[in-house]
Design a protein around this ligand. Structure first.
Ligand code: HEC
Length: 209
């Protein structure tokens, strides 16, 4: 993330998240600002000059292989789940190395989001945590594979993610200690919150369709 800002003299500065501070030139409000071809700080929405080249030669076509590296989302029904498997026992080891410091030894302590909630819906869920609230277990796999561990997303193998998912389901009492999870058994898990979500089909007023 990067922010551009003007100081009182109209100069432009760029803050990087790492804290580096750099002055940028030329003065964005000075002569030439807003015209095509002006450099950093100009009006980036201005149309290109008539003599601008059609292409600038940056980048390259997105190959199928490159798209495939990003196209890893898993749908609630399991579409997109990769091959592989992982056991509760293996998941415990990886969880303690890669997740526990933020999500707690038993998934209840935090400091970040909790995965395990004690109690049943009565009539509301005992917290909006994975085990009690999320309608699909596949979402845990999907989110973890794409976004966790927070500092190094993408560092876990598919087998690791199956194993961690198995372990967290075990912490929630939904898989036995000796279970091994793969795509078929993950899709078959019925989360307690599964039927608690209904389509919002209100018509816009107090009445319901
Ligand atoms: C450095 C701290 C850190 C580590 C390590 C970490 N997480 Fe997270 N995790 C977070 C934070 C912070 C959030 C909340 C992110 C947000 O809301 O945008 C989060 C959110 C999540 C969520 C969504 C929870 C919810 O209820 O919305 C899941 C699932 C998750 N993490 C799984 C994992 C797993 C599995 C690991 C280990 C492989 C892991 N995380 C490691 C910090 C961490």
């Amino acid at each position: 993330m990067r922010r551009l800002a003007r100081d009182g003299a109209g100069r432009c500065t760029v803050w990087m998240t790492v804290g580096a501070l750099a002055a940028c030139a030329p003065d964005a409000s000075g002569p030439g600002a807003g015209t095509a071809g002006s450099s950093a700080g100009g009006d980036w929405t201005a149309p290109l000059a008539a003599d601008a080249p059609e292409r600038f030669g940056f980048g390259s076509d997105a190959s199928e292989e490159r798209v495939a590296l990003w196209d890893i989302d898993v749908k609630p029904d399991g579409e997109g789940l990769p091959p592989g498997s992982g056991s509760v026992a293996a998941g415990r080891e990886i969880y303690e190395l890669a997740c526990m410091q933020c999500h707690g030894a038993t998934g209840t302590e935090g400091p970040n989001d909790r995965f395990v909630a004690a109690g049943d819906w009565d009539p509301w869920p005992p917290g909006r945590v994975f085990g009690a609230y999320w309608p699909y277990a596949t979402t845990f796999f999907d989110y973890t594979r794409r976004a966790m561990p927070q500092a190094t997303p993408g560092s876990l193998s598919d087998d690791d993610v199956y194993a961690i998912t198995a372990y967290v389901l075990h912490l929630n009492g939904m898989l036995p200690e000796d279970a091994v999870l793969d795509s078929a058994s993950l899709v078959a898990i019925e989360m307690p919150g599964r039927d608690r979500f209904v389509p919002d089909n209100r018509t816009g007023g107090p009445e319901i369709r």
